[in-house]
Design a protein around this ligand. Sequence first.
Ligand code: UT7
Length: 339
Amino acid sequence: MNRPQPRTRHHLPKRTVSIIGTGSYVPEKILTNAELEKLVDTSDEWIVTRTGIRERRIAAEGETTSDMAAKAAIAALENSGVGAEEIDLILVATVTPDMFFPSTACFVQTKIGAKKAACFDVSAACSGFLYALEVAQQFITSHTYNTILVIGADKLSSIVDWKDRNTCVLFGDGAGAAVLRHRGGGHGVVATHMGSNGDLAEILHIPGGGCKSPLTAENLGQSLNTIQMNGKETYKQAVTAMLGAANSVLEQSGLGFDDLACIIPHQANLRIIEAIASRMNLPMDRFMVNLDRFGNTSAAAVAIALDEAHRTGRMQVGDYVLLVVFGGGLTWASSIIHW
Ligand code: UT7
């Protein structure tokens, strides 16, 4: 007997995914290099020449990752013209959740009133926003969901050792968000790539506070709950991984470096971005850089830069835009978007 096939979403043709709106939020408080000179043995000259960072934003007392994420989300919803009640899924990429659980995404849901959304967090350190974008893409391509809010948010000031000059000058707080939907007309994500290398987890990590080394009264003084980084090794790995990730999406899409109107990289160190630009043989003005004002905000960094690039008209309809990131894990990811 011939039974009719059920018309499930699996029978629908795959569809493309576009960013239809962006938003971002950074706290009001500015921490300058001059102020850091009073905290640790450093200088404005060292920080600027070694990193390009001039100042960073620090969350107010009691201001959480979900507070910042919700503000970025509201800005992205306004920018896209989408209502909170239309969101099917909220993904928050963060390594500084408000709590171990519930997820920060659940707190954002309540703060913005996205009642029908499913919510969860994505953990991929500084690469988290692009990992979350890729997860969202799969849900939309497969017709599982129509409207997804992707947020990168981190309050690194809460996990920095303010006595360690190797790390405390690098980081800041903030959040960036994007609303994703199928738009059609050839717009959307063209190619994506994600990679990880757990063998090098220890060059950039927070050793304590999880189940492996819970914080106790005895070990609290050892700063186990703060970022530990082998800066030189991380730097080398970042350049290699981001170039590899960029090449992968260019190969998949059949595009060349010259076809890219704008490149939005992770904002960790200006020298890393310059090294990538020189190996791509591209001028620095093709790269979106705002780390001088915000430092490294982890998962938020590329999301805040994307929003700034969007709002300042750095990319026009029809442009190809490359997003490329790197972070603890190690993790890295890239995405080419036909804007
Ligand atoms: O977001 C995740 C990815 N993160 C990254 O991509 C970060 C990658 N790494 C970096 O950006 C760089 O390695 C840093 C900015 C962290 C460090 O720059 P560097 O050129 O690799 O410096 P270094 O660590 O080799 O340190 C050089 C010197 C050392 O002194 P000695 O041993 O040469 O006497 C450090 O102790 O600079 C010293 N130093 C500082 N001096 C003044 C380290 N931090 C500071 C500081 N101020 N804040």
